[in-house]
Design a protein around this ligand. Structure first.
Ligand SMILES: NC(=O)c1ccc[n+]([C@@H]2O[C@H](COP(=O)([O-])OP(=O)(O)OC[C@H]3O[C@@H](n4cnc5c(N)ncnc54)[C@H](OP(=O)(O)O)[C@@H]3O)[C@@H](O)[C@H]2O)c1
Length: 338
């Protein structure tokens, strides 16, 4: 049997080109179709010199593929998913169009009316570690947002164990590539270098996604989520705080997290507070749970690469699950350090 044919829509974006990097060397699939708006008719290897070995031509629409990755701006995936589903193509959407279950949330948080609300219940939320079985048998994966991936991996063990109360604070810091490749004043080098700022304080789009998923884990929580932009290219560090509902010490919390993530190839319960740099270019998420004995608060810090575990890597992990092949295939890069 030949290799599985895969395509990437939005190859010229940061998430799309990271998919290209991972898929071109994946042993079980062949990248046969890539799209963008601005580079139609050009060779992928010329447009993106770090993928220079690829002779693929960039097209306006995806060709004949078995699995399609959509790395498009929010609001652009839904119509593509309808088209591709009608052709029997499996889809992994890296955007937000199928992450939320309540269609009305798209009007409130994303400013558009969802064109296919009937597909929202069919889409499986692609947090690989939590929904492995469902991902393996679905035709549509809603790949999680980068901030939600970091926050949910940090909080899931505590929520599942009924260890924390309903008030949660998530303080996240992201590298600039999280904003996408399109140039704007807010991502201009002179503006972001030597600077740190919070944004989305009154309500970031990833908040309803985090709340929905924490609810699915069993806790209706009041969540404060504040993202920050820091002057680095890749990486997300999330520090999550919640009141403990029963006394537990740091060692017991660490044991609980180690049990929860035992055998997970990409989650490491870290011995020390993690660094984003220790995940760079990999599909790893490092988690450090601790307890502040003075306030009886759980504090969990997580670190990941927003373009890999926060986007393209997790999408490939989900593809591996959908294909029934070893979950780590094509994802065993070592960290680039420093
Ligand atoms: N960046 C991250 O860390 C990250 C993490 C997780 C999820 N995501 C999600 O992944 C998706 C892509 O993000 P990104 O950061 O890669 O964005 P990006 O760098 O801005 O890339 C967007 C891609 O979509 C294409 N595109 C733009 N507007 C389009 C339109 N109206 N119709 C069709 N194609 C269009 C672009 O083509 P041209 O270049 O030709 O314009 C480009 O290839 C988003 O939904 C984002 O939320 C991103």
């Amino acid at each position: 049997m030949g290799k599985v044919k895969v395509g990437v829509a939005g190859i010229t974006g940061y998430a799309g080109m990271e998919l290209g990097r991972l898929l071109l060397k994946h042993p079980d699939v062949e990248l046969t179709s890539v799209t963008s708006r601005s580079a139609v008719g050009k060779k992928l290897g010329n447009v993106l010199p770090h993928l220079r070995d690829s002779k693929l031509e960039i097209t306006a629409e995806l060709g004949d593929v078995d699995i399609a990755f959509l790395a498009l701006p929010h609001g652009e995936s839904a119509s593509e998913v309808i088209r591709l589903s009608n052709r029997g193509v499996k889809v992994i959407d890296l955007g937000a169009d199928f992450r939320l279950k309540n269609a009305g949330d798209y009007n409130e948080w994303y400013g558009f009316t969802h064109p296919a609300p009937e597909l929202l219940s069919e889409a499986v939320y692609g947090l690989s570690e939590l929904y492995r079985k469902e991902i393996a048998s679905t035709k549509l994966v809603a790949n999680p947002g980068c901030y939600p991936t970091s926050a949910l991996i940090a909080l899931a063990p505590a929520v599942k164990a009924g260890l924390i109360g309903d008030s949660i604070i998530i303080d996240s810091k992201s590298g600039i590539s999280g904003s996408g490749r399109a140039p704007s004043l807010s991502v201009h080098f002179s503006e972001v270098s030597e600077d740190v700022t919070a944004y989305g304080i009154e309500g970031h789009r990833h908040l309803p996604e985090i709340a929905q998923e924490i609810m699915k884990l069993g806790l209706k929580a009041k969540i404060t989520f504040v993202p920050h932009l820091v002057p680095m290219v890749r990486g997300i560090l999330s520090t999550c705080y919640a009141e403990l509902v029963r006394p537990i010490n740091k060692e017991e919390v660490k044991d609980l997290y180690s049990d929860f993530y035992r055998g997970e190839p990409f989650i490491r319960v870290a011995a020390n507070s993690p660094h984003t740099k220790l995940t760079r270019g990999t599909n790893l998420c490092l988690v450090y749970p601790s307890v502040d004995p003075r306030t009886q608060r759980l504090i969990v810090v997580s670190a990941l690469d927003n373009l890999v575990k926060g986007a393209a890597g997790q999408a490939v992990q989900n593809m591996n699950l959908m294909l029934g092949i070893t979950e780590t295939t094509g994802l065993q890069e070592m960290v680039i350090y420093p």
